[in-house]
Design a protein around this ligand. Structure first.
Ligand code: SF4
Length: 703
């Protein structure tokens, strides 16, 4: 499973879903440096602050996990053990639980930052050989509402557009996203496009006046949870002004009449009141969208991380469908993927309700195809536990053991108390990670050192279906090995060796590509060799002479059974927890520009701390004044689930009644306990199972 590192090789940034191309240069001492790859079609040589500083996270080995560490009981100290001892015990424990309590007593929780090959092996091991669908990843916290929305409206989890559509569009609706901070290179392309074409219109929907909102022609600063009311109002306005594409609606969609009935239930004025925005601003948004030649919607976690996240997605997708702005250059819905390989993970079926190559878990023929391909009697038909459900199940004692890879759920999952209790109550916890700073590892019985970015090869798929090859450039320290190799060794120890006898990651990829043949995401024309030569390609790539597919649905044939897109009429209720006189403020959480997730990587780069070096809560001046809070005051944010202590940042950029906490900080810093997920709750969308991170009732007091 190893290959020789070279001096200067191409890779892809391992942070966000933009997937910027990187050239990694290695000096004689083995230290690396990074620069943007000018030949990359998406990023064109640009990198943001996080990407530009990636080499520090690789060169600094001081916090790396170097050896397998194990303990026999929770009170014991961790001891260094050999890989054989570690995996012998893990294999025995997991086999024993599966035998004694059934396959659903175990599960694997992974990450959208893993390579596709790693995802493939994990998914095959759990669904094919452990016999449970209990494999979920932190993509559940990120894109699962968008996945469900695409599937319901377009028939498949399929982003129709490509980055080059940005320069071909004249109107953008950016909602629930702050690409200026969270998808910076997409934003730079958008900024450059607007600067060259000043008539380009940008409408931003966000309760906060973010940097993205600052460059908008219209900022609709809505009340949290009122997104559907707004999109339905825009839909109504477009219908009333006859700014819809009736020909497209009649010939290529179903559901329009019911939709029309639904959106006519509220007047624009009523919608403006509910959303807390000016009626004129909604009218201008309708005007801009109605006269657009090319209309793109962009969204991220502000929509997805909601108890009605799927309905929010559907109501937004409707705007592209009723205007016929899909399947043509410069138009379409464009979900901004949070993580670099969330899409690659979905391609292999790496969520508890998915099957390989977007096959349908409910379809017995699809399950049989997978089982036959893997050479197992069957794959289970019942969806497994989602991210939050796994930790609830560990807490209740139903699930006994969990294998956690490449993610830090104690900080990133909502309602941290439940996660902590789940980890404490688990009979066996394995944490497979790169760094020794993972908060979750403190609860592990077995910690396994994984190779990091540049220390292994494989592929990732970014936001516009572009699959890139990542070269191996450096050697992993100590005894760390790639995640896929750890899982292969585990499979062999568990007795499934014949089905996991891959020599290189290219073999894993070849098997994955073969399994996609004949599906809508057919990449049977791809291989590591081809990707190395081409750098990157967009799926589907169904044959070796296919050059990939920049844009989907150009023939107006959708992936639904009748090939027509579905316009869904969805209710506009928000089912988040209610605010009250005791907990009157709405807490929303999110990212800051220079940090990533739980800071295990970005937190060790001093340059990145210069932007914002400590946690804070944003609060509107009116809300601060009635509580006697001054800028910089230490404050206590609390609700029934827990509390957070940080300093107040008073700003007009946030809507009155709403407060914002960054999601990154998980530990005690400056005597402040800053984990935002102490406060977030367990509500999830009933379809996507994505948590309601953007809406928790809280109160703030001076501390
Ligand atoms: Fe990396 Fe995203 Fe920044 Fe590109 S935009 S350099 S992928 S963090």
């Amino acid at each position: 499973m190893s290959s020789n590192p070279k001096e200067s090789l191409k890779s892809t940034c391992s942070y966000c879903g933009v997937g910027c191309g990187i050239i990694v240069e290695k000096d004689k001492k083995g230290k690396i440096n990074v620069k943007g790859n000018p030949d990359h079609p998406g990023s064109k040589g640009m990198l943001c602050s996080k990407g530009m500083n990636l080499h520090y996270t690789v060169n600094d080995k001081s916090d790396r996990l170097l050896y397998p560490m194990m303990r026999y009981s929770r009170g014991d100290q961790m001891q260094r053990v050999s890989w054989d001892s570690a995996l012998d015990r893990a294999a025995a424990v997991f086999k024993n639980f599966i035998l004694k309590y059934g396959p659903d007593s175990v599960g694997l929780y992974a990450s959208g930052q893993m390579l596709t090959e790693e995802y493939y092996v994990a998914n095959k091991l759990v669904k094919g050989f452990w016999g449970t669908n209990n494999i979920d990843t932190n993509s559940r916290l990120c894109m699962s509402s968008a996945v469900a929305g695409y599937k319901l409206a377009l028939g498949e989890d399929s982003v129709p557009v490509c980055y080059d559509d940005i320069e071909l569009a004249d109107t953008f609706l950016i909602t629930g996203a702050n690409p200026a901070w969270c998808h910076p290179i997409i934003f730079r392309r958008l900024e450059a496009h607007k600067s060259k074409n000043p008539n380009t219109k940008i409408i931003v929907v966000d309760p906060r006046k973010t940097q993205t909102a600052s460059m908008a022609d219209i900022h609709l600063q809505i009340n949290p949870g009122t997104d559907i009311v707004l999109y339905n109002a825009i839909g109504r306005g477009l219908i009333e002004r006859e700014k819809i594409d009736l020909d497209f609606i009649i010939n290529h969609t179903d559901g329009f009449e019911a939709y029309k009935e639904q959106v006519m239930k509220r007047t624009l004025k009523e919608a403006a009141n509910i959303c807390g925005v000016r009626l004129d601003d909604i009218r201008w948004a309708i005007e801009y969208i109605g006269r657009a030649e090319g209309f793109i919607t962009m969204w991220a976690m502000g929509l997805n991380q909601s108890v009605v996240g799927v309905n929010k997605n559907l109501s937004l997708l409707n705007l592209s469908l009723i205007t016929g702005q899909i399947g043509k250059p410069g138009s379409g819905p464009f979900s901004l993927t949070g993580q670099p390989n969330a899409m690659g993970g979905r391609e292999v079926g790496g969520l508890s309700n998915l099957l390989s190559a977007h096959r349908d878990m409910k379809n017995p023929e699809h399950r049989k195809e997978i089982a036959d391909f893997w050479g197992v009697p069957s794959v289970p038909d019942k969806p497994g536990l989602s991210a939050t459900e796994m930790f609830e199940s560990l807490k209740s004692g139903k699930m006994k053991a969990i294998w956690i890879m490449c993610t830090n759920p104690l900080v990133s999952l909502p309602n941290s108390n439940i996660v902590e209790e789940g980890l404490k109550n688990a009979r066996f916890v394995v944490v497979q990670d790169v760094f020794n700073t993972s908060d979750t590892a403190k609860f592990a019985d077995l910690v396994l050192p994984a190779a990091g970015w540049t220390e292994k090869c494989g592929t990732m798929t970014n936001s516009d279906r572009r699959i890139s090859y990542l070269n191996k450039i450096t050697e992993a320290p100590g005894e760390a090995i790639p995640d896929s190799e750890i899982l292969i060794r585990l499979a062999q120890k568990m007795g499934y060796g014949d089905s996991f006898n891959y020599i290189t990651p290219a073999d894993i990829y070849a098997e994955h590509c073969k399994l996609t043949k004949g599906t809508n995401i057919d990449i049977s024309g791809l291989s590591h060799e081809r990707l190395k030569e081409k750098g990157s390609m967009q799926w589907p790539v169904p044959s070796s002479d296919s050059e990939g597919t920049p844009r989907l649905f150009t023939d107006k044939q959708f992936y639904t059974p009748n090939k027509r897109a579905k316009i869904h009429s969805v209710p506009d209720d928000n089912n988040s927890e209610a605010v009250s006189s005791e907990l009157p403020l709405i807490l929303t959480t999110g990212r800051i520009r220079d940090q990533w997730h739980t800071m295990t990587k970005t937190g060790k780069v001093n340059k990145l701390k210069k932007h914002i070096d400590s946690p804070f809560v944003e609060i509107h001046p009116l809300d601060a004044e009635i509580r006697g809070i001054k800028n910089g005051d230490p404050v206590l944010i609390k609700n029934d689930r827990g509390s957070v202590r940080v300093n107040a940042r008073i700003t007009n950029d946030i809507k009155s009644g709403v407060v914002f906490l960054p999601m990154h900080w998980g530990r005690i810093l400056n005597r402040s306990f800053a984990r935002a997920n102490n406060l977030t709750g367990s509500l999830i969308d009933p379809i996507s199972k994505e948590p309601d991170f953007k809406f928790s009732a809280v109160e703030i007091t001076k501390y």
